[in-house]
Design a protein around this ligand. Structure first.
Ligand SMILES: Cc1ncc(COP(=O)(O)O)c(C=O)c1O
Length: 392
């Protein structure tokens, strides 16, 4: 596949644009969960101004009172063009897509289409905590196939888990996180093909959460699951919400491979009532016109990864940080600090810095924290200073 590299776009780094004073005026979860003396680097929101084309599209819609229900396939068409240009993937067929309210509700609906009540849903912990919460809430069983020590899929474990998941002839799904949150692992084409082969062998259906796909940093290639041999039976969830910071403007797309089209066609019509028309407008503008902005973010994130590694090396050398190739999240192994099972609690209460506790991420999460790098170098520097001061 050919892929467009992230060239310096001439856009200023969005991660350097907003100061603390302005950010503290925000009313979203990241900024309102903790008191003002806590520096928040937890939930996956970015400290950036929006891409100008997104602001323009939404304000233009507001100006003419275009505040009704979503219609048409503009979002899917924009994603198909983006996928072609960005990942060299021409296989995203608009007629095999459906708009869904957001990625997690889309995941839930896809799992509902391919499994039954009590069915197993395999996940690769440590992984995004709502994978556990949403799946359990919908009357399915989460079965863990932990990543290996290299933070990549462990195929021996995955095969054994698939074998158990389908025992007794039950239908099972594999909820793949690609790229992987929290480790930033970018699965290779060979790994994804191996997933497809195993899924085929055991009759497990793959649902790929590819929300972080546009956030792959220079030097790595995102490979859409549906593009690999055997991926035709897969279902994917994609969205502009993470990469362009649009979580508050709800919309996402479910995408079916050619051999899963009949499954997606069974999606109840009422699911399409959930996405916001504004979400669709914003996400479409981001995919169509927000590439220069995204590239500037990716360059800034690369700088932030290096900065975090340098700061930890200097102030907290016992923390094991292996920078991922995607997402704006950093997964930190803090076990050598001797702060117990939940270092995030110590960093919060003694250091006044909010990170995600590793524990809800499942197996492999104890003694770990997740840090959100989508902020300014100044805030990252201050966060590490506070973390280093916390144990004392
Ligand atoms: C892997 C993954 N899936 C889904 C979501 C949430 O997406 P949405 O708000 O579209 O449900 C996130 C948010 O951070 C995520 O990291």
């Amino acid at each position: 596949m050919t892929r467009i590299l992230h060239e310096p776009s001439g856009e200023p780094n969005p991660l350097r644009a907003l100061g603390l004073e302005l950010l503290r005026r925000r009313t979203s979860m990241k900024w309102r969960t903790y008191p003002d003396d806590v520096l928040p680097l937890w939930v996956a929101e970015m400290d950036v101004p929006l891409a100008e084309p997104v602001v323009r599209a939404v304000t233009d819609a507001l100006a003419i009172g275009d505040t009704g229900y979503p219609a048409g396939t503009a979002y899917a068409e924009a994603l198909a063009d983006f996928a072609q240009k960005r990942w060299g993937w021409a296989g995203l067929a608009v007629e095999r897509t459906a708009i869904v309210p957001d990625v997690m509700l889309g995941v839930l609906e896809m799992i509902r289409l391919v499994t039954g009540p009590g069915g197993a849903v395999v996940v690769n912990p440590p992984v995004y905590p709502p994978f556990f919460q949403f799946v359990t809430h919908m009357d399915r069983r989460v079965v863990e196939a932990p990543l290996g020590p290299d933070l990549r899929i462990d195929f021996g474990t995955l095969e054994e888990t698939f074998r158990q998941a389908v025992a007794g002839g039950r239908r099972a799904a594999f909820l793949l996180c690609s790229p992987h949150n929290p480790t930033g692992t970018v699965h290779t084409a060979a790994e994804l093909s191996a997933v497809a082969r195993l899924a085929e062998r055991y009759g497990v259906r793959v649902v790929a959460d590819e929300i972080h796909a546009p956030l792959v940093l220079a030097g790595a290639d995102f490979v859409p699951y549906l593009s690999v041999p055997g991926g035709e039976r897969g279902l994917s969830l994609m969205s502009a919400s993470k990469a362009w910071n649009l979580a508050g403007l709800k919309a996402a797309l479910a995408v079916a491979g050619p051999a899963a089209a009949a499954d997606l066609a069974r999606l109840p019509e009422e699911v399409s009532h959930g996405p916001s028309h504004f979400g669709v407008i914003a996400h479409t503008a981001a995919l169509r016109e927000g590439t220069a902005w995204l590239d500037a973010v990716l360059v800034g994130l690369d700088d932030n990864r290096r900065l975090l590694a340098d700061l930890l090396g200097e102030h907290l050398p016992a923390v094991d940080y292996r920078p991922g190739e995607a997402t704006y999240l950093a997964w930190l192994d803090c076990r050598a600090l001797g702060l117990g099972d939940d270092p995030a609690d110590v960093f919060l209460h003694r250091g006044r810095v909010a990170l995600n506790s590793g524990i809800p991420f499942g197996a492999g999460g104890v003694g770990h924290v997740r840090l959100n790098l989508a902020t300014s170098p100044e805030i990252i520097t201050e966060a590490v200073r506070r973390m280093a001061a916390a144990p004392g």
